[in-house]
Ligand binder design. Sequence first.
Ligand code: 9MR
Length: 333
Amino acid sequence: MRTRLAAGTAVLLVLTLAAPASAAGPLKHNTTRWVGSAVAAQHLAAEADYRKVLTREFDSVTPENEMKWGTVEAVRGQYDWSGADAIVAYAGKTGKSIRGHTLLWHSQLPDWVGGLEAAELRGVVREHIAVEAGRFRGKIRAWDVVNEAFNEDGTRRQTVFQTKLGDGYIADAFRWAHAADPKAKLYINDYNVEGLNAKSDATYELVKSLRRQGVPIHGVGIQAHLSLMYGFPEGVRENIARFAALGVDVAITEADVRIPLPVTPEKLASQADYFGRVWDACHAVKRCVEFTTWGFTDRHSWVPDVFPGEGAACLFDENLRPKPAYHRLNRHR
Ligand code: 9MR
């Protein structure tokens, strides 16, 4: 018996050592976290190969633009849920979890909202949150309730909400979202808060204070839009850990790593390293529950439009072939 066990162990050991450095995937089977991607309803409808890879690799989806205020209510009182509903239906059919994005953001805001006086604005924000979070009640695992509320120096961004409604608009937004969908995890979400810096400090202090006041905030979303041009942020793991210590979850919500073009094998290796370090930092902290990328294929990415000369920021190339970064994430749990 003893010999048989020993032999079995030896076989196992040999098998383990012989396993390739990168597992075959899919990504969703290689992690205990939710692994997601931003998704666009139009590509989902038009491109079978896009749909196939998304369905195979990920277990969570975030509508890239379909749930933003400017999309759902461009004209006051006239709602268009077509894109959002299509993604929710896809998720239902394929068993994907949904990250809702986003209830309150200064960008992609309908023009009509900007011109309102404070009292009316407050009512309209409340109504918007109640209607949207209420429509998808029970179907959204996590909502980005407030998006990008801070400047880089940690002061509040002077958005229409901040200037007209004051500091308390954030707490109000969370309370209204919680009333509309009590089971959804509610997040504040931002970019350039990956590492330890003035902006992540401000986010930390705000979450701490909201928790003390009993405001229903359950998570911090770290977008993780990185670029090889700016180096890897300092202290990502420590930063995730300090948020978790406040008693909230953390999610990587929009990861991508921009490459200054042209793409070379060396740059792809650096990109893999950046993705891998964020992935590892998330897996090092129990309460980091999600790793979502902002799109999965270089065929469709916001990056080239916004950063001329940079691109190829995703895990799969334009032909949906996995890049070194994909293999890097599949290497470790
Ligand atoms: O990827 C989105 C792009 O298609 C939109 O045109 C853009 C509008 O501002 O928003 C992009 O997504 C953003 C996300 O909603 C919030 N964080 C930054 C993302 C990239 O700009």
